[in-house]
Ligand binder design. Structure first.
Ligand SMILES: Nc1ncnc2c1ncn2[C@@H]1O[C@H](COP(=O)(O)OP(=O)(O)OP(=O)(O)O)[C@@H](O)[C@H]1O
Length: 550
């Protein structure tokens, strides 16, 4: 049954690709055997398909293949380091075109997840969804306690649908990589894997809820960004309840202007929020499309951002941040040698890579960016060029950095849409320099002490015990040392006595020899010979005295 379903699915993909004149993508794969069959079934062959650009045909095909493919296309549209601009631009136009599921189904999921009736928790539930996307649907509601909330409900059976589509995507990617060097260069399997892990996180709403709480905590009392409160008592893996927010959608520039918002301030604040999330918190919102950002315009001179949908967040470690800050600064100083050295120093690139060669490749990729006015220079574009160049030198670009580059590109685009003269460098440079200074200055030492202190304090009560144990051990070692010292002294004495005995034996033998000679020389007078002989004997006896060791 499963195989039949798989075959049917494969046929559907094949048919769609044929319909949009994209069947050349199948040529390297075994799916191509299905092509003639698919052609038979593609009655409504798009005669005009070949008049359309390849990007447009791909967009239409993905739309037809369904929500999971649409989402894949949307993700690919942000991978400008991999996808050519004409295709990326078309894919960026992909819209979720999914039918909402019925409010009955939504109610069932909520009640089953909360283990109680809807009426027990909510005084009001709007059966018309506020929004409906490929993974979830959002309904407005009011809690019994009176708070206005929204309920995000996962689409029924979404997990099975995702698994089915993904297993086909994995197959296609494996075949493509097996037969096409271009697919291998683009690391298609990696792309599908990344997509898989993104979806995996999105289908557990507790992850999104935890991210929302964390971001809210990071910007507690901030006048830059507001994040709605999560109602944990009513949040499960398939249901999430959050505070309902009101604000002007960020994409509605006309309305923002009508509301008298200071657009330069708004754009600057956007950049500041991004750099704060990246460099201060190492935790950034990575799904910043216009539907997820609103503005509280109560004070138009100090507009406050509101962020929702924290399903995809990026995290960075200290090395990533240092890498980014140093590279950005070196880039704006046009110090390409420094950029090349930074890659080797941080171990991202093999030590045996020629720095001059790498430097000149980076120069060739980055100099064109400086052909524009400073206010148009893009950090995100720089990162794309850098990653593309680094890949040629066998650097494996970390997924968290790619996520950051995508978000950065988006933040820049948004900033310039709000305020075309926005000079990102002017806003970001002081921030980066200060951050780097803080990394090596007294503040860094203070921070290090602050971080280590709990560990030291945790060990502090054990210190007397540890000291006692060690002093005791030291005593035992000293005792051992004493007895060893005694043994050595005894050995030395023994050696000394032994050498004394040797001396006595030699002297005694000398006297014995002399006594013999005297007796031979003066045979008539044996007295001197006798005296010398006795002295010699005395020495010899002494040398034979047992050597006693004290
Ligand atoms: N806390 C909220 N208050 C008010 N409206 C909200 C809230 N959360 C979501 N919405 C509305 O619901 C829409 C969809 O919400 P959200 O982006 O969280 O869902 P999603 O399923 O992840 O959609 P997508 O995939 O398109 O981002 C938002 O664009 C917004 O209009």
């Amino acid at each position: 049954m499963n195989t039949i379903r798989q075959l049917h699915h494969a046929l559907k993909i094949n048919r769609t690709l044929v319909r949009y004149g994209l069947d050349e993508f199948l040529t390297p794969t075994p799916l191509a055997v299905l092509r003639p069959v698919a052609k038979l079934f593609s009655f409504s062959f798009h005669k005009s398909a070949h008049d359309k650009s390849r990007g447009e045909r791909l967009r239409l095909a993905l739309t037809e293949l369904g929500p999971i493919y649409i989402k894949l296309g949307q993700m690919l549209s942000t991978r400008r380091d991999l996808v050519p601009p004409d295709i990326a631009d078309e894919l960026a136009r992909l819209q979720d075109q999914v039918e909402p599921f019925s409010s009955e189904e939504a109610k069932n999921v909520v009640e089953q997840q909360l283990g109680s009736t809807l009426d027990a928790v909510f005084s009001d539930f709007n059966t018309t969804p506020l929004a409906s996307a490929s993974i979830a649907q959002v309904h407005e509601a009011t809690l019994k306690t009176g708070e206005a909330v929204v309920i995000k409900v996962l689409r029924p059976k979404i997990r099975q649908k995702i698994r089915r589509d993904l297993s086909m995507m994995y197959e296609l990617a494996s075949w493509a990589e097996k037969y096409s060097s271009e697919a291998r260069r683009l690391r298609i399997k990696e792309v599908v894997k990344e997509y898989d892990s993104t979806l995996e996180r999105e289908i557990d709403l507790r992850i999104e809820a935890a991210n929302t709480s964390h971001l809210r905590h990071n910007f507690q009392d901030s006048e830059l960004l507001y994040v709605p409160k999560v109602y944990w008592d009513y949040t499960r893996s398939k249901v999430m309840v959050v505070e309902k927010i009101a604000g002007t959608p960020i994409g509605d520039v006309r309305r923002l202007k009508d509301e008298g918002v200071n657009m330069k301030e708004l754009a600057d604040r956007g950049v500041e929020i991004f750099f704060t999330q990246v460099f201060r918190d190492s935790f950034f919102h990575a799904d910043m499309h216009p539907g997820n950002i609103f503005v509280d315009t109560t004070n138009p001179d100090k507009p406050q951002y509101i962020a929702i949908d924290c399903g995809i967040m990026g995290t960075l470690d200290e090395d990533d941040k240092r890498y980014l800050a140093h590279n950005f600064l070196a880039f704006f100083d046009r110090d390409y040698k420094r950029i090349a050295e930074l890659h080797v120093e941080s171990g991202w690139i093999d030590e045996d890579v020629s720095i001059p060669e790498f430097e000149s490749a980076i120069r060739a990729a980055c100099e064109p960016i400086f052909g524009k006015a400073l206010a148009e220079i893009s950090f995100g574009h720089f990162l794309i060029q850098l990653f593309q160049t680094a890949r040629r030198f066998n650097m494996q670009v970390q997924p968290q950095l790619v996520l950051l580059q995508k978000t950065l590109l988006y933040v820049e685009g948004l900033g310039r849409q709000l305020y075309p003269e926005l000079d990102l460098w002017e806003t970001a440079q002081p921030y980066l320099r200060k951050w780097l200074r803080d990394q090596i200055g007294p503040k860094a030492i203070f921070e290090e002490v602050k971080t280590q202190l709990p560990d030291w304090l945790h060990k502090a009560p054990k210190i007397p015990g540890l000291l006692f144990d060690n002093v005791q051990k030291l005593g035992q070692e000293l005792e051992k040392f004493d007895s060893l010292k005694q043994e050595i002294t005894q050995l030395e004495q023994y050696k000394l006595r032994q050498s004394g005995a040797q001396k006595h034996a030699i002297i005694g033998s000398g006297f014995a020899l002399l006594s013999g000679l005297l007796y031979l020389g003066i045979p008539d007078d044996w007295v001197p010979s006798l005296i010398v002989g006795v002295v010699g004997l005395a020495f010899l006896v002494k040398s034979l005295w047992p050597i006693k060791v004290k």
